[in-house]
Write a protein that binds this ligand. Sequence first.
Ligand SMILES: Nc1nc2c(ncn2[C@@H]2O[C@H](COP(=O)(O)OP(=O)(O)OP(=O)(O)O)[C@@H](O)[C@H]2O)c(=O)[nH]1
Ligand SMILES: [Mg+2]
Length: 366
Amino acid sequence: MLIFTKSLFTLKKENPNKENLPDNFSPAVLKKIQQARKNQPNTEELITNILSGDIGALSRAITLIESNNPNHFTEANAIIKACLPHANNSVRIGITGVPGVGKSTFIEAFGKHLTKLGKKIAVLTIDPSSSLSHGSILGDKTRMEELAKDPNAYVRPSASGDTVGGVARKTRETITLCEACGFDTVIIETVGVGQNEIAVHSMVDFFLLLNVTGTGDELQGIKKGIMEMADAIVINKADGDNIQKAVLAKAEMNNALHLFPAKKSGWIPVTLTCSSKTLEGINEVWETISNYIERTQNNTFFESKRAEQNEFWLMETIENQLKQDFFNNSEVQILLEKTKKAVQNNEYSPFAAAQLLVEKYFNTKT
Ligand SMILES: Nc1nc2c(ncn2[C@@H]2O[C@H](COP(=O)(O)OP(=O)(O)OP(=O)(O)O)[C@@H](O)[C@H]2O)c(=O)[nH]1
Ligand SMILES: [Mg+2]
């Protein structure tokens, strides 16, 4: 709709006589669109509205953060800067697990449980596969429609982007905005396919691995690194005929967890079973997380981990921005195309060519 609206504006601007507008296009509609544009809040208004808990303003600001249009960067940065002093007051929970394990169903059940306890929940999803498949493979399933209807919940589907780093940065900035908007619990869902867990792990306080039984070897398919990052492993779908198997899987997971070295947090990872359908065990998951937060706040790990994460994102962002600026540089782009061929044909060594390109880049800066 937005794209459609924009294109009509362009048409109207370029064609004052409307010859390129659709025949049945009404001037009244054009006026309405113009009015709606005029009524869009400016940066200051957006900030004030976010801080007063306005979901519409929050969504608009997130769209600005997600935009790849350089004109939006300054506005997005101003909003983040203004929101930062009001952020940081939430519990951030990362939830991962292989496709189909029940993450979305779990978050819906868990989120509703938390809103009943009086909490305000924001749910964000990271799905870098969407940039590869040009559209989310998760599709409608990520919508969590019931939770989205809850006035104390906000569900925002995946940011899109070309790189895990880019998507992760946008998600992290979105966390800041959600916190400033008054959400006290931020949940991040990510598909457990590898690369993106590290990014999520470095932006949350508590990392939960969701698993299911019934695959024979329960440990199969879960990367050791992901298990090692987990603060809790929850065996979902512990209902019906599956209950016994889930209890066995829980014991197996528990044994496996003991093989990992002790965590810096002093926390011993917990294994639980639950059903996102019958809601059995959902409360225990929240009790475990609350327990973790209380302990790590008492032993100061909570604060130091967040400080470490801030530093990590500083370094990540510098790296990403430099990369982006480099590859967007038109002179670099031209030279890169030529150089690629020379390198492919062994006329140039990759290292010498890289050096040449970097020099070119710096020359354009002076
Ligand atoms: N019996 C039972 N089925 C469940 C439970 N949780 C989820 N399911 C079912 O498992 C299927 C997958 O659930 P989703 O919540 O979409 O799983 P997901 O992990 O979010 O999947 P992706 O987003 O594709 O990675 C759905 O058919 C759910 O109804 C549960 O606790 N018990
Ligand atoms: Mg899902």
